[in-house]
Each structure stands twice: as structure tokens, then as C-alpha cells.
Write a protein that binds this ligand. Structure first.
Ligand code: SF4
Length: 112
């Protein structure tokens, strides 16, 4: 038996998956889909900050524009921590395209 908290919506259903793969505790199918991915290859949207060279905004908030494997988050964080933005970017502009070959772009989410 494995316990999984569904993070797809604010309801936060506490789900269980038994040894036969039967899922319970979910209020909707999205929870079951989340649980199936979570036990095989968990995915997350990464939100963080990246340094800039601008004193008025030393860091800018960013996120991946799609979910990436949870296991790759430390590598992506190391990569993003090595960057320094040296030009003004707008919300939605890419800081890194196809970051680490994960088919996800890292985009600006806060104006600076
Ligand atoms: S199972 Fe459905 S209702 Fe429950 S938290 Fe997940 S998405 Fe929300």
C-alpha cells in the first residue's frame, strides 16, 4: 500500500494505491492519472529565481513552462544557479529553451 497526496487541485485528496494498483481516495479521474504518473515517473513544474546583473532587480522569478521529471530538478537548479541574466526580459520570455533537453523552457514570470 502506498499513500499519495494529490496536488492537482486544492482539494488535496489523500489517495492510496494497493499492491494490485487499485487507487482509492481520489474524488476524480485526474487524481488517478496523477497517482499513476507519481508512482512511475513523478513530474513537477519548477518555480525558482535566476540572478540578473541589474541592481534594481538582482533576481527574477521564473518557472518551467511544462512539467519536468522530479528527478531532474536538482540538475536544472544547478544549471539555473549558474546563469546571470544580462538583458531585460518580459514575462513569458525564455531564460533557457529546452532546458537540459527536457522539452521544457524556463520562462520569466515576474517583470523586472
Ligand atoms: S483527486 Fe481530483 S479532486 Fe482530488 S485533489 Fe486530485 S484533482 Fe482534486
Amino acid at each position: 500500500m502506498k499513500e499519495i497526496l494529490c496536488i492537482v487541485c486544492p482539494n488535496g485528496c489523500e489517495m492510496s494505491i494497493d499492491d494490485d494498483g487499485f487507487i482509492s481516495g481520489n474524488l476524480c479521474g485526474r487524481g488517478a492519472d496523477f497517482a499513476k504518473v507519481e508512482i512511475t515517473r513523478p513530474m513537477r513544474t519548477l518555480t525558482t529565481t535566476v540572478k540578473t546583473m541589474f541592481l534594481s532587480a538582482p533576481v527574477v522569478s521564473v518557472r518551467t513552462d511544462s512539467e519536468i521529471p522530479k528527478a531532474n530538478i536538482p540538475d536544472v537548479m544547478r544549471f539555473l544557479n549558474s546563469l546571470t541574466i544580462d538583458k531585460k526580459l518580459g514575462v513569458g520570455d525564455a531564460v533557457a529553451e529546452n532546458v537540459l533537453g527536457l522539452n521544457s523552457n524556463v520562462i520569466v514570470t515576474g517583470a523586472f
